[in-house]
Design a protein. Structure first.
Length: 123
């Protein structure tokens, strides 16, 4: 079962990823929600928080794949406080293999990272 810190550390292995705590510093949620973003466009690819006695992670996902995962894993549900078509919440209850979760984090990162521009050859 992955901890909040382990999830954050894994997310930080992606190029240009950084950890953010964007919520009101005076609120109880300020340090409760860790947001992992891409440095160049500031888009988030993971929201890590505790809820219902579990660590959870919200991950961006292709809509059809998101729905498929929800049907396979009881610990994958429409995202808490996010667009429920494009985001899933994954509960860290030990039922989903860590490698599967790491794969989903990579997919979420891939969906938000800046697209590389193709350079046209004018010759």
């Amino acid at each position: 079962m992955l901890t909040k810190r382990q999830l954050i550390e894994y997310c930080l292995t992606f190029p240009f990823a950084y950890e953010d705590y964007p919520f009101d510093e005076d609120s109880a949620a300020a340090q409760a929600w860790a947001v992992l973003r891409h440095r160049s466009n500031r888009k988030a690819f993971a929201f890590i928080f505790e809820r219902g006695g579990y660590v959870n992670i919200n991950l961006k996902c292709d809509p059809m794949y998101a729905d498929l995962l929800r049907g396979i894993y009881p610990g994958v549900i429409p995202a808490y406080h996010m667009n429920k078509v494009h985001w899933n919440t994954v509960r860290m209850d030990g039922a989903i293999p860590d490698e599967e979760i790491f794969t989903w984090i990579g997919q979420s990162y891939g969906l938000i990272k800046p697209k590389s521009r193709k350079i046209k050859n004018t010759a």
